[in-house]
Write a new protein. Structure first.
Length: 232
């Protein structure tokens, strides 16, 4: 509705109060910015109440927010569509030593091509990309491009699930190869996000995230040997 029926959201908003409650921060998506612009064009006053978002909650893993570069989205691969444009953004961040927050795909209220073509409002079951699937897709693209940015054995990453301080929050750190080898239940319930760790890695970031590591010795070894992080 937010994407296709924004006019309905704004209907009567010039004479009564209308609220739109979103997951994350309202300005975390261009769709919400578009609604604000539409309201302003109609002379409708707006007020934004900011909210917790994965964009700042990722700090729970110990990586400093000012060391993050561009955020990228990773979509579900299909048999005929396997886009790799995200790789360039990760590589640009990596060249600067910056961490990359990877937002994993969500499929909710999606229609099959057949139902869409026939105009039938029948929706597919919700799907949420998991950490193993995300890492598998990253490794697949690395195998194809062979650029070295996401080498599985020497690239550190941190998986996050339901970040927000609740009892079901999960954080798991390791190399991409280690994360791929973990059983799905290790990562908890969705929503999941993934961080590709950049080379501008501070020893305090290493030490903080170490408590979440699949293997602490491997985590410290790669951080020191590959990332050049000076550790005691």
């Amino acid at each position: 509705m937010v994407e296709t029926e924004s006019d309905e959201i704004l209907r009567n908003a010039d004479t009564e109060d209308v609220s739109l409650l979103v997951v994350g921060d309202p300005y975390g998506a261009t769709t919400h910015t578009d609604i604000v612009l539409r309201a302003r064009a109609l002379g409708i006053p707006t007020r934004i109440v900011h909210n917790a978002s994965i964009m700042n909650a990722v700090g729970a893993c110990g990586l400093q927010l000012y060391n993050f570069g561009q955020t990228v989205s990773l979509v579900f691969f299909t048999d005929s569509w396997r886009p790799d444009s995200f790789y360039d953004r990760i590589r640009e961040n990596a060249d600067l030593g910056m961490h990359t927050l990877v937002l994993l795909d969500i499929k909710v209220k999606e229609q099959s091509e057949e139902n869409l073509a026939r105009g039938r409002k029948i929706y597919e079951p919700p799907r949420y990309m998991s950490i193993p699937q995300a890492v598998s897709q990253l490794v697949e693209v690395e195998d194809s491009l062979k650029a070295g940015t996401l080498a599985p054995e020497s690239t550190l990453a941190i998986a996050l699930s339901r970040v927000g301080g609740g009892p079901d929050e999960r954080i798991v750190a390791g190399t991409l190869a280690e994360l791929l080898a973990q059983p799905p239940e290790v990562y908890g319930e969705p929503l999941h996000s993934l961080i590709v760790v950049g080379k501008r890695l501070h020893h305090l970031e290493v030490e903080y995230a170490e408590r979440f590591a699949v293997n602490r010795e491997t985590w410290r070894d790669v951080a020191g040997r590959v990332y050049g992080c000076a550790l005691d």
